[in-house]
Design a binder for this molecule. Structure first.
Ligand code: MN3
Length: 249
């Protein structure tokens, strides 16, 4: 029996097994040592494994939850339009370009080998999923415990850290992100243009993101217009330091 006949017979056996139960299953088991039935069928019906698809996390709070630092309308548009579009576009591009990646982290780590569409939208997807999580209502404006200790050790004091991070956010010309990252056991502050992420092979800032701030105008323009400095100053009130702590080694 050649492979094609085998596959054809295995397919029939497998389909039969859905209704026939144990008797047909025992027929299938005769073929098992060579190639398991399920594998043979998979080979014939789906020649390539399904493409990786990225997902938008559920927002961990309601749109008005971060008021007054981030207004409800901005949150809603940001989440349902901007972020949703990155997710839709990256998934389309992955399929259209036949991008093969193990998972989202693998895709970001090798994003330089893919198109600008994949880079921008994979970054937009991951960065916003991260951003929603490192914010939350009821923030105290400053960390405590191990995060405070680490910031004190890394930057001299929390205020010095805040100044340096604010500086990175203000000096990022045009659209981008400010970041606190950890690399080789040390903390670093920096920024990336567009939707680049510190997890990307092509990023000018590399490391494990602990905290990130979206400084695209779409993140603040409705409420703050051109006043990025006010947006950044008020944003500290909605930082979720528990999430930062979770990401710290
Ligand atoms: Mn954004």
């Amino acid at each position: 029996m050649d492979r094609k006949q085998f596959l054809s017979r295995s397919l029939k056996v497998s389909v039969g097994a859905l209704v026939g139960g144990p008797v047909l299953a025992s027929v299938a088991s005769c073929n098992a040592p060579e190639a398991p039935t399920s594998e043979a069928v998979t080979t014939e019906t789906t020649p390539t494994s399904p493409a990786l698809q990225l997902a938008q996390i559920a927002l961990p709070y309601d749109y008005p939850a971060l008021e007054p630092s981030v207004d409800a309308r901005t949150m809603e548009i940001h989440y349902t339009k901007h972020h949703a579009a990155y997710v839709k576009n990256v998934n389309e591009a992955i399929v259209a370009e036949g991008v093969a990646a193990k998972d989202e982290m693998d895709l970001l780590a090798r994003v330089g080998s893919f198109s600008a569409k994949v880079r921008n939208n994979a970054g937009g997807t991951w960065n916003h999923n991260f951003f929603w999580q490192v914010m939350g209502p009821g923030g105290k404006g400053s960390p405590e415990g191990k995060v405070l200790d680490a910031l004190n050790a890394g930057f001299g004091s929390f205020d010095k850290f805040k100044d340096a991070f604010t500086d990175a956010a203000m000096k990022r010309f045009g659209s981008g992100w400010a970041w606190l990252v950890e690399r080789n056991g040390e903390l670093a502050i920096g920024s990336t243009p567009n939707q680049d992420s510190p997890l990307m092979d092509v990023s000018e800032l590399r490391g494990t993101p602990l905290l990130g701030l979206d400084v695209w105008e779409h993140a603040y323009y409705l409420k703050y217009q051109n006043k990025r400095n006010e947006y950044v100053a008020n944003w500290w009130q909605v930082v979720n330091w528990d999430e930062v702590a979770k990401r710290m080694a």
